[in-house]
Design a protein around this ligand. Structure first.
Ligand SMILES: [Zn+2]
Length: 247
């Protein structure tokens, strides 16, 4: 958007706050965005992050690095739990984030696992003084689940689906930036598929959209391009090529 704004010679003199959501941003990305905002006339712009999931609502930073505030603690209760035992982890200790609606009609969630491992700070915010809890630390996806274009995609589940399609000899799920040289570009799924018959590629695309809501890019390959040279070793089914997000 900022690149487009430069093309249009936009006037950003009234921009005070920029709220980022979706993909995690690195400190370098945020610095560059601030620099661009200033170039377009924004006086002293601030960037804060939003953390959220479609089912669970949103949590916001008050300032960069403050942690994500639960802004409606009377409606949403958050905990971190041990993935195995389901017991709550202590303040500041990492655990699976689970969300409980305290006051809601219709779809009500009870200890719903968003799919992220986070920690929770229940002390008042040192920046703004709010007393509701904050999610701290960079959320890490639990094994096998990634967020692509806003959709939570369970790669293990997708892997099981692909393995069940007749004519798929070998496959590999690659998660990467759509432009590997550009860390701003969106995440995408590339399915490397060795097909044993015609039409397999189309079927793989259809089934993937059906289970993930995400359209994958298909790369048809020979089985030996995926198979591990050691015949007994398992082929690597899931490969994540994205650069790790900086805290
Ligand atoms: Zn705060």
């Amino acid at each position: 958007m900022l690149i487009r704004a430069a093309e249009l010679d936009a006037d950003f003199s009234s921009v005070r706050l920029c709220m980022l959501s979706g993909e995690g941003s690195t400190r370098e990305m945020r610095e560059e965005m601030l620099e661009r905002l200033r170039q377009f006339g924004a006086g002293s712009p601030r960037i804060v992050n939003r953390y959220g999931a479609t089912e669970a609502g949103s949590f916001f930073e008050c300032e960069e690095g403050s942690g994500w505030h639960n802004v409606t603690p009377e409606q949403v209760y958050i905990e971190t739990i041990d993935e195995e035992s389901g017991h709550r982890t202590g303040p500041g200790e990492p655990g699976l984030l689970v969300i409980t609606h305290l006051s809601r009609r219709g779809t009500v969630l009870l200890r719903y696992a968003v799919g992220d491992v986070v920690a929770i700070d229940r002390d008042p915010c040192p920046r703004c003084g709010r007393t509701a809890e904050r999610i701290i630390g960079q959320p890490a996806r639990t094994s096998g689940a990634v967020k692509i274009k806003g959709q939570l995609v369970h790669l293990e589940g997708l892997s099981a689906v692909l393995a069940g399609i007749p004519g798929v000899l070998e496959f590999q799920i690659v998660v990467q930036k759509s432009d590997p040289s550009d860390p701003y570009s969106i995440d995408e799924i590339v399915l490397r598929v060795a097909a044993g018959r015609a039409g397999v590629g189309d079927e793989v695309v259809e089934r993937t959209i059906a289970v993930t809501n995400v359209r994958p890019r298909i790369e048809l390959v020979r089985p030996e391009e995926i198979r591990h040279p050691d015949e007994n070793a398992k082929a690597k089914r899931i490969v994540d090529l994205r650069p790790p997000a900086a805290p």
